[in-house]
Design a protein around this ligand. Structure first.
Ligand code: NAP
Length: 309
């Protein structure tokens, strides 16, 4: 996109961790003339952001950061959105767009939507990209490349504002899709929230075992456990807020999961080889489709460096 076509002039990032910093880096890489003003809770994070240079300036409060911005993106944990929206509301410019990057969407519509003043557009968004690292030093320009960003504009949202936000995310490297918040939360419950819950649980279970030592769990982790530990290392604050704010959809998926698990348990107990083989063949095909869709690498062991390389 040529520089003159920057969809926004001045963007306020509230929250300067993995996602906020990656947005800053991605737009700088795209060469768009957008001025970034950042705000984060701690002075330390604000100073780090300024030193690293993914924002052009930092503000001393969220209210100060949004002044004059034509796009405001909430990039902090979901549990902070309501209070932040109340703080910034009186300071938003007419015609500005308020968005976010939160991993659940119904709660954002509930907590932020009513606080957005008339004359300001509200277009929630969720980039489906991340790592288990957090903080301002964790971000990088390529995080959103070829990853989906889902926009959940409310009914009657200003089409121009939605199109400009979609352009912004395309400039970050994302492909853009649209959903209702309800559907988003169901899809993400099964593709992201449930897998994280399972990972947190299995790593917790292994840590509590009495008959296998912690040393053995760590030593032999490459046999499967290791990949769960990567997910289970994800930020505790962020994930606490996700489960508190997507309760219904996660409980629905968890119910289905436990039924299917009971089916596998039964197959193992009764030696039902066909049931096990059929399930594992079906899941292998899903993995193939994910690789074919460019959402992961087919390199052995996820492309990890082998010890002898
Ligand atoms: P992160 O690296 O932990 O960064 C969070 C940032 O929010 C930090 O700069 C933190 O400031 C700031 N913050 C916390 N409370 C605040 C408050 N009350 N006011 C202002 N700033 C505050 O988190 P992240 O991974 O970037 O996640 C941020 C959002 O992105 C979450 O809503 C999450 O659901 C969403 N998301 C995350 C991922 C992922 O994989 N990580 C993927 C997609 C979407 P301090 O450093 O000063 O504490």
């Amino acid at each position: 996109m040529p520089q003159s076509e920057a969809p926004f002039r001045r963007v306020a990032l509230i929250g300067l961790g993995l996602i906020g910093s990656s947005i800053g880096w991605a737009i700088k890489r795209a060469g768009l003339e957008i001025e970034f003003v950042g705000y984060a809770r701690s002075a330390e994070t604000r100073q780090t952001a300024q030193r690293l240079g993914f924002v052009d300036a930092v503000a001393e409060s969220a209210a100060e950061a949004v002044q004059g911005a034509d796009l405001v993106i909430l990039c902090s944990p979901i549990g902070t959105y309501g209070a932040l929206a109340a703080e910034i509301a009186p300071h938003l410019s007419a015609g500005a767009t308020v968005s976010d990057v939160g991993s659940v969407k119904m709660a954002v519509v509930r907590d932020v939507g009513p606080l957005v003043p008339d004359g300001v557009e509200f277009v929630p968004a969720h980039p489906i990209a991340g790592t288990e690292h957090s903080g301002p030093e964790a971000g990088f320009a390529e995080l959103f490349d070829n990853r989906w960003c889902i926009l959940t504009p409310p009914p009657g949202a200003n089409r121009q504002a939605v199109a400009r936000l979609a352009d912004f995310w395309r400039a970050c490297g994302s492909d853009v899709d649209f959903m209702t918040p309800e559907h988003h939360d169901l899809v993400l419950a099964v593709t992201s929230h449930l897998p994280h819950l399972i990972a947190y649980n299995i790593v917790g279970t292994a840590a509590d075992l009495e008959t296998v030592t912690e040393q053995e769990v760590i030593k032999y982790s490459a046999s499967g456990f290791r990949d769960f530990t990567r997910i289970a290392a994800s930020d505790p604050t962020m994930w606490r807020d996700i489960f508190l704010n997507n309760r219904e959809a996660v409980l629905e998926m968890l119910g289905r999961f436990t039924e299917d698990l009971a089916m596998l348990q039964r197959a193992i107990r009764w030696g039902d080889a066909d049931a096990l083989f059929d399930t594992f063949s079906r899941t292998r095909a899903i993995r193939r489709q994910i690789v074919e869709a460019g959402q992961d690498t087919d390199k052995p062991d996820f492309g990890r460096q082998q010890k002898n390389e």
